[in-house]
Design a protein around this ligand. Structure first.
Ligand code: UDP
Ligand code: G50
Length: 460
C-alpha cells in the first residue's frame, strides 16, 4: 500500500474474465475505486476475444491515467467448448500460475485482489499462497448466486435430476427456484463447461475473503437475505451488494444516434440481446416483422455472430431487403456496437426488449427503463424472474429458451404493445430508478457496503 500524509491508501488489483458482460462491471468498479482514492492496478488478460473488449480497455486507460495496466499474457490451450468466451475463460484459468510472479512484483504491495467468479477456482489458491485477501466480483444476480453457491450440494444429492420442470428446487428447508429457470447446461447429463466451472468455482469461493455483487438491496432483498442469513450455505462468505455499478463519464457522450433526439419522450423501444447472443436468422426476421407491426418506434441492434470480428455480413443480407426498407419507417437499425448507456439514458427511450444479461438489467434499473424480457440462455431466465417479480418488466415465459421455438412476429408485436402501453410498469420502473440511485448515493446500502470494504483494505 502507499501512504499519503501518513495515512495508508489501499492498492487493489482487478482481474476480469472474458466477454463484455464480465469486463464492463470491472471497468466500472475500477472507476469507482479510483474516485475513492484507491490505487488500482487493472490486469488485462491478453489477447481479448472481441474487438469491443480491447477498445473498452483502451478507453478506460485513456480516461483514467492513474489506473495502472498490467498485461497478463495468456498461454495457448485447447479449445474444448463451442463458445469462444468459455474457451477464453479456460485459457485464463490454465495460465493462472503465471499470476503469482506478476502479483508479487507489484508495488506498493497489494491490499486486496478482486477477480471474476468464473476464475475463482484458479485464482483463490494463488492468492492464498501469498496471503493476499481475495474478493470475488459476482457479475450476475444475487438470485443466480443462490443457485451457484448451492450447486455442489444439489449436484451431489442428485436432487436436480429427480425434479419435474415446474418443481421448485429445495435445499434443506429453503425453496430456491423452479427447475425451469436453471441454465440448461447445468441440467445436462454430459460434462460441459458450465457444470464443471460451477462446481469448481462454487467450492472455492467459500474460501474467499468476500463476494461483491452488482445488485442492490431493495432490488434483491430476498436472495441477499437467503445468502447472508445462512439459508443457502451454513457458513457463507460475506456477500456485499455494491450495485448498480454506475457507468463512468467517458463511457458516455459519444452518442451516434442523433435520431433519438427527434423522438417523443418515452416512445422508443430499444432492442438488444447483449454482446454475445446472436438470434437464429428466421427469428431475427420474425422479430423485424414484430417491431414493424407493433407500431412502436424502436432502435434495434442486430447481432449476427457471437464474436464481432468474425462478422462481415451486411445488415441487409441478414434481415432481407424488404424488411430493411419497412424497418426504416419507424425505427433505427444497426449492426454494430452501440453505447447502450447512451441509449438507455436518452429521454426518448421508454422500453427495452432485452435478453436479461445482468448488466443490461442493472442498466435498465439505473435508467428507469421498463423491460420486455426475452431470456435466451445461461443465467437469463433467473434474471428475467427477478425483473418480473420486482416489477421492472414483463416476461412471456412461453417463448422459451433460444431455439426452442420460433416466436411469431404477431406475438412479439402484441407483447411490445402491452409493454410500451403499460402505465403502471412505466411508473414502477421510475421508482426503481430512484431506489437504484439511493443505493449508491451517499449513505445508501451499496455505498456503505463499498465504504466498509475500502476501509478494511486501507488498514491492510
Ligand atoms: N452492450 C453495449 N452495446 C451493445 C451490446 C451490449 O453497450 O451493442 C453492453 C451492455 O450495456 C452491457 C454489456 O454490453 O453492459 C452486456 O452485458 P450483459 O450482461 O447485458 O449481457 P451479455 O452480453 O453478457 O450477454
Ligand atoms: C455467463 C454465461 C452463462 C451463465 C452465466 C454466465 C452464469 C453466471 C454465474 O455468467 O450463470 C456463473 C458463476 C460461476 C461460473 C460460471 C457462471 O463459473 O454465458 O450461466
Amino acid at each position: 500500500m502507499s501512504s499519503s500524509g501518513g495515512r495508508k491508501l489501499a492498492h487493489v488489483a482487478l482481474l476480469p474474465s472474458a466477454g463484455m458482460g464480465h469486463l464492463t462491471p470491472f471497468l466500472r468498479l475500477a472507476a469507482l475505486l479510483v474516485a475513492r482514492n484507491v490505487q488500482v492496478t487493472f490486469i488485462t488478460p491478453h489477447p481479448t476475444v472481441s474487438l469491443t473488449e480491447s477498445r473498452a480497455l483502451s478507453t478506460l486507460f485513456a480516461s483514467f491515467p492513474q489506473i495502472k495496466q498490467k498485461q497478463f499474457h495468456l498461454l495457448q490451450a485447447e479449445k474444448n467448448s463451442f463458445d469462444p468466451f468459455f474457451n477464453h475463460i479456460e485459457l485464463i484459468k490454465s495460465s493462472g500460475h503465471l499470476l503469482s510472479p506478476l502479483l508479487s512484483a507489484l508495488t506498493p504491495s497489494l491490499s486486496a485482489f478482486i477477480t471474476d467468479m468464473t476464475l475463482a477456482s484458479a485464482v483463490i489458491p494463488i492468492t492464498q499462497a501469498i496471503s493476499l485477501p481475495n474478493y470475488i466480483l459476482f457479475t450476475s444476480s444475487a438470485k443466480m448466486m443462490t443457485l451457484f453457491l448451492s450447486y455442489p450440494a444439489l449436484a451431489g444429492s442428485r436432487a436436480l435430476d429427480d425434479l419435474e420442470e415446474t418443481d421448485v428446487i429445495k435445499i434443506r428447508n429453503l425453496e430456491l427456484m423452479p427447475k425451469s429457470l436453471v441454465p440448461p447446461p447445468l441440467l445436462q447429463k454430459s460434462d460441459n463447461f458450465l457444470k464443471k466451472s460451477f462446481m469448481e468455482d462454487s467450492e472455492k469461493v467459500i474460501e474467499s475473503s468476500g463476494i461483491l455483487v452488482n445488485t442492490f438491496v431493495s432490488f434483491e432483498f430476498e436472495s441477499l437475505g437467503k445468502i447472508n442469513d445462512g439459508e443457502v450455505l451454513e457458513r457463507p462468505p460475506s456477500v456485499v451488494a455494491i450495485g448498480p455499478l454506475p457507468p463512468y463519464d467517458s463511457e458516455k457522450s459519444r452518442l451516434q444516434l442523433a435520431w433519438l433526439d427527434d423522438q417523443p419522450a418515452g416512445s422508443v423501444l430499444y432492442v438488444s440481446f447483449g454482446s454475445r447472443t446472436a438470434l437464429a436468422r428466421d427469428q431475427i426476421r420474425e422479430l423485424g416483422v414484430g417491431l414493424i407491426t407493433s407500431g412502436s418506434r424502436f432502435v434495434w441492434v442486430v447481432k449476427n455472430n457471437i464474436v464481432d470480428k468474425e462478422d462481415s455480413q451486411e445488415l441487409e443480407e441478414v434481415i432481407g431487403h424488404e424488411l430493411m426498407e419497412r424497418v426504416k419507417e419507424k425505427g433505427l437499425i444497426v449492426k454494430s456496437w452501440v453505447q447502450q448507456e447512451d441509449i438507455l439514458s436518452h429521454p426518448a427511450v421508454g422500453g427495452f426488449l432485452s435478453h436479461c444479461g445482468w448488466n443490461s438489467v442493472m442498466e435498465a434499473a439505473w435508467n428507469g427503463v421498463r423491460i420486455l424480457a426475452w431470456p435466451q440462455n445461461g443465467d437469463q431466465k433467473v434474471n428475467a424472474d427477478v425483473v418480473e417479480r420486482i416489477g421492472l418488466g414483463i416476461w412471456v415465459r412461453s417463448w422459451g429458451w433460444s431455439g426452442e421455438k420460433l416466436v411469431s412476429g404477431a406475438e412479439i408485436a402484441e407483447r411490445i404493445r402491452e409493454c410500451m402501453g403499460n402505465e403502471s410498469l412505466r411508473i414502477q420502473a421510475l421508482g426503481i430508478k430512484e431506489d437504484a440511485r439511493k443505493a449508491v448515493g451517499f449513505g445508501g446500502s451499496s455505498d456503505k457496503g463499498l465504504t466498509e470494504l475500502i476501509s478494511k483494505w486501507n488498514q491492510f
